[in-house]
Design a protein around this ligand. Sequence first.
Ligand code: NAP
Ligand code: MG
Length: 475
Amino acid sequence: MREYLKFYLDGRWVDPVEPKTSEVINPATEAVSGRISMGSAADVDKAVRAARKAFASWSKTSRKQRLEVMQAIKAEYEKRQADIGAAITEEMGAPAALGNGFHVFLGAGHLDTAIEVLKEFKFEEQRGATLIVKEPIGVCALITPWNWPLNQIAVKVFPALATGCTMILKPPQLAPYSAQIFTEVLHAAGVPAGVFNLIQGSGSVVGTALSGHPDVDLVSFTGSELAGVEIAKNAATTVKRVCQELGGKSAFIVLDDADLAKSVAGATSSLMMNSGQTCSAGSRLLVPKSRMKEAIEAARKASSEVTVGDPKGSFAMGPVVSKSQYNEIQRYIQSGVDEGATLVAGGPGRPEGLTKGYYVKPTVFANVSNTMTVAREEIFGPVLCIIGYDDVDHAIEIANDSPFGLAGYVNGTDLEQCRAVARRLRTGWISMNGGFDFNAPFGGYKKSGNGREWGEFGFDEYVEVKAMLGYAPQT
Ligand code: NAP
Ligand code: MG
């Protein structure tokens, strides 16, 4: 049993103002795995005061000083990788190989990237007689989700630290453990008191207190549209910057010259990774209508290879995060059946032999129409929808016919054609033939949000821009 009852405020582990705890459930067993404290508005006040005080000095540190702190974090992070991986497996059910693998790797990747960007980042630039200065925005509230818990923390905390901001992190109740170990890493690395603060608790209490706080300058949020809208509304009266990274329903376009079987297999296994709980997942697989049959066979084969079971074992997929997510996904699977999509694999109920835990069958629907509920809404589970298209224009039309605009995937042999398709997609992040880059900005169009994270663009979220006119003598 894990017990994380203290918050990290002003460089120390302290008790909450009012003692109140909540149990954390292991999604693989449905048993209680530990307890956390639930914060209040009074805890938020204390954290904001600590962060404000620390901002005075941290914002004045040199690039070199901040680089030293970040290198120290890197050294501590490396020591705790196994603990972080185990925490992720326990809190949200990622298979051990994925928790210790990609989850931990992403955190390390964002740290390395932030270090490299910080070395070169232009905090000042003279244009004509004007000096343009990028200054840290101030005290930041970072509100994160449970699906890639460490990645989402890393992608906010490292650029905030690197630009000279101070911060309060509010991790998800469903996945609070990795945040706790992450905080231990920062403490061990000697991050100065008050620069980073951690408060556990609910979005409705701690999150609301943060987004409405008059002395918080920015809220960076990743999660659902509903919470994102509530945060923006609550933040509006204090005119703070709000960065939203919300959901998606991204298209994976297999062009007619692609290796169809290979592309479909890759798209299927990527979607199933992390039990489909990825905002940028390519959950709508677009294939030429004439090749639907082939695609169905390839997806059926690939999904049958996605073994499901105890995340401590060597299965490809663990459970989904919670009972409510399980129920939500079941409802979507039923709607796919009811609305007439062809069920190719999986379907309602738990996988055979699993009677406990929030396990969902790797599910594939084919002959899906883009108007069906399963094609329009973010399911956030291991459910792939295969949609047929007539020609490239039709594929692009379907891809863009979505309230979301986060990611896109284009597979094809003719790179020129892939590029042309990618240019026409109304989304913020597009991967052609598996391209991946820690420096590429990540964020969405439309209802997928308004921020850009990762790499240098991620730094820009945390800075104010000051123009000093007449900096050079006017000629
Ligand atoms: P969520 O409610 O948006 O939670 C994300 C974070 O925001 C959590 O820390 C949550 O706190 C907090 N929060 C919730 N309401 C808030 C409010 N009014 N003010 C401030 N903070 C608030 O996400 P969820 O309920 O866990 O998941 C529901 C759906 O969101 C999923 O099915 C999926 O579609 C979407 N989602 C998207 C992403 C993504 O990466 N884009 C990630 C996760 C979920 P609590 O600890 O109280 O939950
Ligand atoms: Mg919620």
